[in-house]
Design a protein around this ligand. Structure first.
Ligand code: NDP
Length: 287
């Protein structure tokens, strides 16, 4: 069963993963709580397993992609007797702590464990745009890398099983920050009767100008020198940021998506860092 790959979980993502494996010529054993979701994959050549245990037994490589870690635990816990000697690749979204806990649990039952974070939506799977973060033992990752590459570019981020979840969540934070700002921008445009469709290309252009920002900010953050090469000092930015709230009031919209950053900017200014860059706000996030 070396060439066979098992996929547990056939939601939108699990189905895309199983399809990609089939398209790449693998034999694929699939299982899903709601069995009917296996039908389109069986039509493409997959084998449908009657139970999760049967699916696990079919392959040395077992890919799991369920809603959350609770569903993974519920699905795997009754079948600890069939895990030994297999590699479990958990592509379910979760936290670093959950990943570490599951890695220890898998080790207790004789399985290698790789945790993964899929940085793609289902239609992107198996395209050059997709990448997947993996963490866990490098030996297991290298052994299965050629198969895992079917999903997209495989990026190994370290032997701490929690690393993939950590970086996945870090990337999603960046994404949600952009989404929050974009939604506020569109609310402002609409408040004046404007067309978001017409405005969107301009916003796109503006955001593209931010492309280099994470790299420049990381330089200041790693050196801890928030005062280096400052062209937009925090005092000036904080004074300007207030205009978001005044404008929101004038236009009759809520500025609640922008509030948390302002609170931090004000605290940083009050702490005497008005001449430094906005990046220094990160110091306030330490607990
Ligand atoms: P779906 O909602 O489409 O599918 C959820 C899957 O989890 C189904 O197979 C469902 O089974 C199963 N499930 C839920 N609860 C249980 C349970 N208690 N026991 C057994 N199975 C259970 O989600 P996706 O496929 O889109 O997402 C799966 C994972 O992939 C998530 O962790 C998600 O964060 C991650 N992901 C998704 C992306 C996306 O854009 N879709 C992008 C990147 C990551 P059933 O069919 O029986 O309900």
């Amino acid at each position: 069963n070396q060439k066979t790959v098992s996929v547990l979980g056939l939601g939108d993502m699990g189905s895309a993963l199983a399809s990609a494996l089939l398209a790449a010529g693998h034999q694929v054993a699939v299982w899903n709580r709601t069995a009917a979701k296996a039908e389109p994959l069986v039509a493409k050549g997959a084998t449908s397993a009657g139970t999760a245990a049967e699916a696990i037994l079919a392959s040395r490589l077992v890919v799991v992609c369920l809603l959350d870690y609770d569903s993974v635990s519920q699905t795997l816990a009754p079948h600890t007797d069939v895990l030994a000697g297999r590699t479990l690749v958990n592509l379910t979204n979760g936290t670093p702590g959950q990943a570490r806990e599951m890695a220890a649990w898998a080790a207790d039952h004789g399985a290698d464990y790789l945790d993964g974070g899929i940085m793609a939506v289902p239609p992107m799977i198996a395209t050059p745009e997709a990448f997947v973060l993996y963490s866990g033992p490098s030996g297991a990752f290298e052994a299965w890398r050629p198969v895992l590459n079917v999903f997209g570019e495989s990026k190994y981020v370290g032997d701490d099983p929690g690393s993939a979840a950590l970086q996945d969540l870090a990337l999603l934070s960046g994404m949600y920050g952009t989404i929050a700002g974009t939604l506020h921008a569109f609310a402002l445009i609409r408040s004046a009767g404007g067309s978001t469709r017409e405005f969107a290309p301009l916003l796109n252009r503006w955001l593209q100008g931010m492309n280099g920002w994470p790299v420049a900010a990381a330089e200041q953050i790693d050196t801890g020198d928030y005062g280096k090469d400052v062209v937009s000092n925090l005092g000036m930015q904080e004074a300007g940021y207030v205009n978001h709230f005044i404008a929101a009031e004038e236009q009759g919209i809520s500025a609640e998506l922008l509030t948390p950053l302002h609170a931090l900017m004000k605290r940083r200014v009050a702490d005497g860092h008005a001449d430094e860059d906005l990046t220094g706000v990160i110091e306030l996030l330490k607990r």
